[in-house]
Ligand binder design. Structure first.
Ligand code: F6P
Length: 371
């Protein structure tokens, strides 16, 4: 570029199409074009959101998604934007979305490609009506299909059920005061800011690194009574601050939009937790593996952070269903390692029950406690 800036297209062509090493030139043919289509969807959504209440998209769509959650008009509209921008280009075999119960196979009148796109078109949508920060999250897998090419046959759910470490690209858009696209194709995590007047994403945050140390955590504390003891132990120690065993004060944040929380962590470090809990029987986590936890874990790991369920690396979890959920603990490496260690100690019965009198394993709040 003449002005020395790197646009998203230039970055992708340099990274994917001209570097034999990075993600593999021939192996990832078309990936840059696919990501440019995803970016086009994000620009449309950004324009839609900027109109706010004037755009006529606020309020309920009077429908529920596959999770039984009420869909907002914007959930439906942004899902449609993703589908329309990405279905035609001949690069995708299928798509999966939080807002679509089943796999969306590319219609027969378009050529079928080698990739699978999973996305949450509007993350944190409870923030919409308050003009708060929301985002879009996406994940790209290579379609591994041993069957003879047959455009008639729909792509099954099983095509998407691959561990997150196999992602070839992942990213999110954050629609805040500025719109940013944060992306990884496996060679670090990079942030692009939308220059609205021209319509380009420009590289502004190259090779983002998450500091290993932090004194900031994010969790929905209203669920505290449903958490497992290792999470209660960790949070209590943070809250005890400099008077407790951590001997320093911690800060807490909660925006109720995973995109906004992960973005903060990529910018300045921290820990985000939506841990396993007992709030809803049979549902041991809140966040969806395929299009929330996996792409975010990929970005966090590519930025030097860690992402675990508490007991295993999220990118190693093998999905069983399209919309399956998983506990998520991610962010600054040293703190995530500590929380993982607390889970291990708890599982082995080795934790210190009375680190804090109310929140140890034999806490006042746990069944079986006899004072
Ligand atoms: O569905 C996902 C999500 O909106 C995340 O973006 C966010 O972290 C979380 O749910 C908010 O959950 P809660 O409503 O419990 O604060």
């Amino acid at each position: 570029m003449q002005d020395g800036r790197t646009t998203l297209s230039k970055f992708l062509i340099d990274t994917l199409d001209r570097q034999p090493c990075a993600a593999g030139t021939a192996q990832n043919a078309g990936l840059s074009a696919l990501l440019i289509d995803v970016a086009a969807a994000i620009k449309s959504i950004s324009a839609m959101l900027t109109k706010g209440a004037l755009g006529g998209h606020y309020g309920s769509a009077h429908s529920v998604n596959t999770h039984g959650e009420e869909q907002k008009k914007l959930d439906v509209a942004t899902n449609e934007v993703f589908v329309q921008h990405c279905e035609w280009d001949g690069l995708l075999a299928a798509m999966a979305s939080e807002e679509m119960e089943r796999v969306y196979t590319i219609p027969q009148h378009y050529p079928r490609g080698d990739y699978l796109l999973a996305f949450d078109p509007l993350d944190g949508s409870s923030n919409i009506d308050i003009n708060g920060v929301v985002g879009s999250i996406f994940s790209v897998l290579r379609h591994v299909d041993d069957r003879p090419a047959d455009a008639e046959e729909p792509v099954g759910e099983s095509a998407f059920l691959r561990p997150g470490r196999e992602q070839v690209a992942a990213g999110y858009a954050i629609y805040g005061p500025s719109t940013m696209l944060v992306l990884s194709v496996g060679n670090g995590t990079h942030g692009f800011t939308l220059e609205r007047d021209i319509g380009n994403f420009v590289l502004t945050h190259s090779n983002i690194r998450i500091p290993a140390e932090t004194a900031e955590f994010a969790i929905n504390a209203s669920n505290e009574r449903f958490w497992e003891p290792p999470v209660r132990r960790y949070v209590q120690e943070c809250k005890d601050g400099r008077t407790g065993c951590r001997t320093e004060d911690f800060n807490m944040r909660w925006i109720a939009s995973m995109v906004a929380e992960v973005h903060r962590i990529l910018m300045r470090g921290g820990v985000f937790m939506y841990p396993r809990d007992s709030k809803t029987p049979g549902m041991h986590g809140r966040l969806r593996l395929l299009y929330e936890a996996n792409p975010m874990s990929f970005l966090v790991e590519q930025a030097g952070g860690l992402s675990i369920t508490g007991r295993e690396r999220i990118l190693d979890v093998v999905p069983h269903t399209l919309h399956g959920r998983v506990p998520v603990i991610l962010g600054s490496r040293n703190e995530v390692e500590r929380i993982g260690r607390y889970h291990g100690e708890y599982d082995r019965g080795e934790d210190q029950p009375f680190t804090s009198p109310l929140f140890g394993r034999r806490s006042l709040f746990l069944p079986g406690f006899t004072a």
